[in-house]
Design a protein around this ligand. Structure first.
Ligand code: NCD
Ligand code: ZN
Length: 346
């Protein structure tokens, strides 16, 4: 098989940043995806409908002329999010969820939620109005081992949220462990998970190959090989609860290559090709379209995209760097060869 044609995919978890930083990366996503869930972790965060609509407008203004790319917005939950904020978001045609960052869990999460128990009325309202909860599922206590944070979050927080709000529709974002795969498989149709291309392609050894590799540092951090294999199995299974979300998270070269480097991997430049690389490893493209283009819209109760994209089998090299304001961006797998290339004529 040398050509793959699939329904145009969507990216169910994307960081674009803002202003000229956003302008530098948005076309990469628009080239490959029909829609994307836009993460709200700006500084200050996207807290309410007015913030989300203004941000969406800035994104749309930065799109290449005539691009059909549709940014789907989310609110950032804080300790002060009100049920009125939730009701208003659920009534907006542009807002598709609210994102839970446990405070301190990751990049720009300082304004996140400090005590999940206080969010009861907000979850209740989301459940009632059918607004999807996107979760960064990592426990934050400084005593918790960084490689255990996802599992501890499942055991100490996510299980309780699911038990208290069984009708709340949840996307467990960027899962990284076999425990998360099992938890989602054991759940009902109100629970789904996104999987990133980098967690399908690298394990934690990649962070230390021949020296420290800051461009492989992201949160949740890559885990052991058996976890990567569990993710690969889930992504290629075709099961309805797993779909693509790149978590592409641009940071400048300087911010990554620093004594305290930022978490985040920029994959938007070749996202679809990276996912194809992962499926190639499993030697199975049977469910590629299902994972990339069907399961996400089905969970979000949106139509599938009406156009297609094609990939051809053709070795090419990911650029060593890409332009970024006052710096450069080092894309995931910079300088390495990929086996599938997006056809430009679609
Ligand atoms: C993301 C970012 O940089 O905004 N970083 C990351 O490592 N994934 C935040 C996030 O999704 O955790
Ligand atoms: Zn993210």
């Amino acid at each position: 098989m040398n050509k793959l044609t699939i329904i145009k995919p969507d990216d169910w978890h994307l960081h674009l940043r803002d202003s000229h930083f956003m302008e530098a990366v948005v076309a990469d996503s628009a080239r490959q995806f029909g829609r994307a869930i836009i993460m709200p972790n700006l500084v200050p965060p996207v807290r309410n409908c007015a913030d989300a609509l203004a941000y969406r407008q800035r994104i749309c203004s930065a799109l290449p002329h005539g691009s059909p790319f549709n940014p789907l917005m989310t609110l950032y939950l804080t300790d002060n999010t009100s049920v009125d904020d939730i009701k208003a978001a659920s009534e907006s045609e542009f807002i598709y969820g609210a994102k839970l960052y446990p405070a301190g869990a990751t990049t720009n999460s300082d304004a996140g939620v400090t005590d999940l128990k206080k969010l009861g009325p907000v979850f209740e309202s989301m459940q009632k109005h059918g607004l999807i909860l996107q979760i960064h599922g990592e426990a934050t206590g400084p005593e918790i081992d960084v490689f255990d944070r996802e599992k501890v979050f499942i055991d100490n927080s996510l299980s309780a949220i699911r038990a208290s709000f069984p009708g709340l529709r949840i996307v467990f974002e960027h899962i990284t462990t076999s425990e998360a795969v099992t938890f989602v498989r054991d759940g009902d149709s109100n629970l789904a998970a996104t999987i990133t291309p980098h967690h399908l392609l690298i394990n934690r050894n990649a962070l230390f190959r021949g020296g420290i590799r800051p461009h492989h540092y992201c949160l949740p951090i890559a885990k052991r090989e058996h976890h990567r294999l569990a993710l690969l199995n889930a992504a290629t299974s075709g099961e309805a609860s797993f779909f693509a979300g790149t978590d592409s998270a641009p940071h400048s070269e300087q911010a990554k290559e620093s004594a305290c480097g930022c978490a985040g991997i920029f994959s938007a430049h070749s996202a679809l090709e990276l996912y194809a690389e992962a499926f190639e490893q499993q030697n199975s493209f049977t469910h590629f379209e299902t994972f990339m283009s069907r399961n996400g819209p089905d969970f979000y109760q949106l139509p599938h995209n009406s156009t297609t994209v094609s990939l051809e089998r053709k070795s090419w090299m990911v650029p060593e760097s890409l332009p970024y304001p006052e710096s450069r961006l080092i894309p995931f797998m910079a300088g390495e060869a990929l086996q599938w290339k997006l056809c430009q004529d679609d």
